[in-house]
Write a protein that binds this ligand. Structure first.
Ligand SMILES: Cc1cc2nc3c(=O)[nH]c(=O)nc-3n(C[C@H](O)[C@H](O)[C@H](O)COP(=O)(O)OP(=O)(O)OC[C@H]3O[C@@H](n4cnc5c(N)ncnc54)[C@H](O)[C@@H]3O)c2cc1C
Length: 529
């Protein structure tokens, strides 16, 4: 097959238009084109008078394709190299492997193990995705939190209530495997080729179920409401897992455990540390959520093309490096989305963002984060980063007046260090509600100072970003893991054979795709490939 990169394609393209472009580009008759598939599609909005798609396509032609390639002598035309993934064979493990945590990392570790015939047992502290959804909606409506099943915990992991945006980067066989499994399980097919794909929280829920069903069909076991309390080991080799299931303590014996517990399992970090698992502090970032009207962001990004259905809701991404040595950056942008209450602990408040697949909500939101370093934690203890997060979350909870209402401030008021007294034309989407508060009351000064500088610089880059009525809601504390469960070359925890710290909580990935790929890698290690 032939790959053509760098095609400029109108927003209103159809197959006929693509065929014309491809035939002209390859200098061949239309009749020789047997199939065209899109390998990558990016919106090119550099010139707002002429917005189009940058496309890479893969073409199947009749006759000698090598001849077509060499005839063209064009660096944008080459032979397509297929990125196929082969599931490793089960090397006949003595015992069934156990996977802890049913987020992207755990799900994909379990899926590969199941596909290899290793019949994994997956233990998840929270509930299945449908029951979880009910619990989370209740929390957002009433402020009644379940500390075992919430936005961080439960089937699907931390990303289940998200925009489901997928950061792909350079494609490779493992990423293609993850994407194709997601599609097979119910994700939109275009995630295979869009440069910035997203699944949306609504479609993610169905997708997660599809993966669970496959694991079970292949002989795996998925147990909800099963919180791992202790990893058992003897002579530096894993021997089993002790867990609490519906109030009862149970044990399962195994010599391989994938530990994919995410960045919010503070109780599990603590028990692992107490039992001698080596972990270290890791820097992360803290800040707030910013909300603008989506209509305004569309206008800024797409000019007169704003609102075109082919473009969807616009996004943006910015990074600035301040003179004080800190970075300020936008993160996890949710076009047409809502700001969500994302805590897993009582009396703490942390925000995040999510969108439905349609991204048709009235507001755009993004995290606006400032980098924090280990020196900011105020202690050498490996879990000092968790304590640092907890302090800010507690202060934000108090600033919101309790009941998980979030402190909120208009952007202009934040810049001028005064309390907001009334909303402007941007209204908050956060539930169960907001309370006017000064962000400086719960964030350290070096963070609010950095945010102020960052906002002004970003406003210069993207005129309109520093819109006076934009809203800042806080605190955004769980941007990534505050610890690393250090692993060696074999991906096992230092000094413990058979224990595979995996995904975001282990400090080795960030985001849905990289966590899922890390799950694939850990499964491969267990299978000995
Ligand atoms: C609201 C929100 C929106 C997000 N949006 C995006 C996005 O759009 N795109 C993106 O790429 N990323 C997004 N992220 C980040 C993304 O969700 C994470 O990077 C990803 O889920 C990490 O995967 P993981 O499997 O390593 O951990 P997690 O997804 O956190 O999964 C860990 C799982 O382990 C379980 N667990 C923890 N402790 C135990 C225990 N002791 N016993 C049993 N089970 C346990 C938890 O309940 C959880 O289900 C978002 C996160 C949040 C919270």
């Amino acid at each position: 097959m032939i790959k053509i990169t760098g095609l400029k394609v109108v927003l209103t393209y159809d197959l006929k238009i693509l065929e014309d472009i491809v035939a002209t580009r390859l200098n061949i008759e239309h009749s020789r084109i047997e199939r065209i598939s899109i390998a990558k599609r990016t919106v090119n909005a550099r010139n707002k008078q002429d917005i189009y798609f940058d496309m890479t396509v893969v073409v199947c032609v009749s006759g000698d394709e090598n001849e077509v390639i060499s005839m063209n002598k064009d660096k944008f035309i080459s032979k397509e190299i297929e990125l196929n993934y082969t599931v490793p064979k089960d090397r006949k493990l003595k015992e069934r492997p156990v996977v802890v945590g049913c987020g992207p990392a755990g799900m994909f570790a379990a899926l590969i193990l199941a596909q290899a015939g290793a019949r994994p047992i997956l233990l998840e502290r929270g509930l299945d995705v449908d029951s979880r959804k009910r619990k989370v909606l209740k929390f957002w409506r009433t402020g009644i939190l379940d500390t075992q099943t919430n936005v961080q915990f439960g089937e699907g992991g931390a990303g289940a209530f998200s925009d489901g945006k997928l950061k792909i980067g350079q494609k490779n066989p493992r990423k293609m495997k993850v994407l194709s499994e997601l599609v097979q399980a119910g994700a939109p097919p275009e995630i295979m080729y869009l440069s910035k794909p997203h699944i949306g929280t609504d479609r993610l829920n169905e997708t997660v179920k599809g993966i669970r069903e496959q694991v079970i069909r292949l002989g795996g076991e998925v147990r909800f409401n099963a919180t791992v309390k202790e990893i058992l080991f003897k002579d530096a080799q894993v021997t089993g897992v002790r867990f609490e299931e519906e109030g009862n303590i149970a044990e399962v014996s195994t010599d391989n455990v994938v530990l994919a517990i995410g960045h919010s399992a503070r109780d599990t970090f603590e028990s692992l540390l107490n039992s001698g698992v080596y972990m270290e502090q890791k820097s992360f970032a803290v800040g707030v959520r910013v909300e603008h009207s989506q209509e305004m962001i569309d206008k800024i990004q797409y000019g007169d093309f704003a609102g075109r259905p082919e473009l969807g809701a616009a996004d943006y991404k910015m990074v600035v490096h301040l003179q004080n040595g800190r970075g300020v950056y936008t993160f996890c942008m949710c076009p047409g989305g809502t700001v969500v209450a994302a805590t897993s602990e009582e009396n703490g408040l942390t925000t995040n963002g999510m969108s439905e697949f349609a991204r048709d909500g009235r507001n755009a939101n993004t995290a606006l984060l400032v980098t924090v370093e280990k020196e900011d934690f105020g202690s050498e203890h490996p879990l000092a980063g968790c304590a640092f997060q907890r302090r800010i979350e507690g202060a934000a909870f108090t600033a919101g007046g309790g009941g998980y209402k979030a402190p909120v401030q208009r952007l202009e008021d934040f810049l001028q260090k005064r309390k907001t007294t009334a909303f402007g034309d941007v209204l908050p989407t956060y539930l169960p509600g907001t309370e006017f508060a000064v962000l400086d009351s719960f964030l350290p000064e070096y963070i609010t100072d950095s945010l102020r500088h960052g906002i002004l610089e970003m406003g210069a880059w993207m005129p309109g970003f520093a819109y006076p009525d934009a809203l800042l809601t806080g605190a955004e504390t769980r941007s990534s893991s505050p610890v690393r469960i250090t692993r060696g070359e074999s991906l096992e925890a230092i000094g413990i054979k058979g224990l595979y710290p995996c995904g975001e909580g282990a400090g080795y990935s960030g985001g849905i795709i990289s966590a899922a790929v890390d799950g694939v890698l850990c499964a491969e290690q267990i299978l000995g490939s």
